[in-house]
Design a protein around this ligand. Structure first.
Ligand SMILES: [Zn+2]
Length: 67
């Protein structure tokens, strides 16, 4: 486990030490957010980061649906 570098749970961008937010969910899993923008998008808006170009998880051309 690397304690020095964390990646944002939403956009997958790297968190710098001392920045960002850590959230512990009720089920015990950890979430890290680089900014309030990411936190809001995931928790409040329930968005899928793969659909947004500003995240590193963005899937080019959109998510493929299984037929
Ligand atoms: Zn982020």
């Amino acid at each position: 486990m690397n304690l020095t570098a964390k990646n944002c749970s939403f956009c997958d961008g790297q968190l710098k030490l001392g920045t960002g937010t850590m959230l512990i969910k009720n089920d015990g899993s950890l979430l890290y957010f680089c900014s309030n923008k990411c936190r809001k998008n995931m928790l409040k808006l329930g968005r899928d980061s793969r659909k947004f170009k500003w995240t590193r998880k963005y899937v080019k051309g959109g998510i493929k649906k299984s037929r």
